[in-house]
Design a protein around this ligand. Structure first.
Ligand code: G6P
Length: 367
């Protein structure tokens, strides 16, 4: 049956709002809520023996992989290489024997990612895939299939597939940490408890829809927008910039907050809004000083943070968007929502074709 938009204006908008439901759906196959344990599918290879993980993906799926790199390294202490598929294929990558190659794709059909998968398979890597289409080529060719349960995604700009990918990757990181002996049973329960809270936190983030719609007109006239983040929020900054350029055609860049001084700071003036993704935490002070550098050059800051962060650094910002206070593991899922909504409302303000942006395809099955 055709997928309906229901009361929504666009598929993208509908898909953004589906996230609490589909993330919960996805998580339900990777955790046991009563036991408070993670529950990954049976694996017929030695996950505990994996010494290195190679992640390959494109577009939004690549940014999900970048977030996962932080998690796999922090929680499981397993080194991770990550590449966009089109680069990976042609650089003759060095693959360790017994390595795990992880491919992330909404469609499971992206030509570059599929070719990279086949290359890794030929090289004897164990193939794991996180895909949203369980009948896809990637799903069929994998040793380990980790499906997302986002349901069909129609909007060309990926939204709910991304947060569902993050949910699966977070559970995988916890599982890997467990089999590697880096996580106690109590720490596992703690992580599972935080994952269970993710859908409610996504709802809390979605509650800011109207505020974000109201501030979209401040961003719509911009020619360039800069997104900043640190740690796992750095890939989120890139994802935010990607969403904005895909559907509103405004040039946007996502940068690591600490790298701004090595280039993008030269662009900052009153006309360049800077969107800062910064949950409070040990690195928050550093981001605040980056914000001061922006403000000192006349730049306008939109701060996306929690109550504590906004209390500390919200003054003098062009706007603030308050996210719920969440565990760092689920922050990337939650912070995805305001950047999606911002791109969506800016595109609506500009009157662009949100679901079918020019020149882009939902699934790129040619090289
Ligand atoms: C296209 C889509 C993006 C998507 C990317 C990767 O560029 O427009 O939204 O992130 O392909 O697609 P995949 O299906 O492999 O996740």
């Amino acid at each position: 049956a055709a997928i309906e938009k229901g009361n929504y204006r666009h598929y993208m908008q509908k898909e953004i709002f589906e996230q609490p439901t589909v993330v919960a759906q996805t998580l339900s196959s990777y955790i046991r809520p009563l036991e408070q344990t993670v529950a990954l599918p049976q694996m017929d290879f030695d996950l505990a023996g994996v010494k290195r993980i190679t992640i390959v993906a494109c577009g939004t799926s690549y940014y999900a992989g970048m977030v996962a790199k932080y998690w796999f390294e922090t929680f499981a202490r397993v080194p991770v290489d990550i590449d966009v598929a089109s680069e990976f294929r042609y650089r003759d990558p060095v693959l360790e024997e017994g390595g795990l190659a992880l491919f992330i794709s909404q469609s499971g059909e992206t030509a570059d990612t599929l070719a990279a998968l086949r290359h890794c398979k030929e090289q004897g890597q164990t193939i794991a895939v996180v895909v949203n289409v369980p009948t896809s080529s990637m799903a069929r060719e994998a040793d380990l299939l980790l499906p997302t349960h986002a349901g069909p995604e129609i909007g060309v700009a990926s939204t709910k597939a991304f947060t569902c990918q993050l949910a699966v990757l977070a559970a995988l990181a916890a599982h890997l940490a467990l089999v590697k002996g880096k996580l106690s049973a109590e720490e596992e329960r703690d992580i599972v408890r935080h994952l269970i809270e993710a859908p409610a936190a996504l709802n809390a983030a979605l509650a800011h829809d109207e505020d974000i719609a109201a501030m979209a007109h401040l961003i719509a006239p911009a020619r360039d927008v800069l997104y900043l983040g640190r740690g796992p929020d750095y890939p989120l900054a890139m994802e935010g910039a990607l969403k904005l350029k895909e559907i509103s055609y405004i040039h946007a860049e996502g940068y690591a907050s600490g790298e701004m001084k090595h280039g993008p700071i030269a662009l900052i003036d009153e006309a360049v809004p800077v969107i800062v993704l910064a949950p409070s935490g040990p690195l928050f002070e550093k981001t605040v000083s980056n914000m001061q550098e922006v403000r000192a050059r006349g730049g306008k800051v939109v701060l996306i943070s929690d109550a504590e962060g906004i209390e500390e650094a919200g003054e003098g910002c062009l706007a603030t968007i308050e996210m719920p206070s969440v565990h760092p593991l689920i922050a990337p899922l939650v912070y995805a929502v305001p950047v999606q909504l911002l791109a969506y409302h800016v595109a609506c303000a500009k009157g662009t074709d949100v679901d079918q942006p020019r020149n882009l395809a939902k699934s790129v099955t040619v090289e």
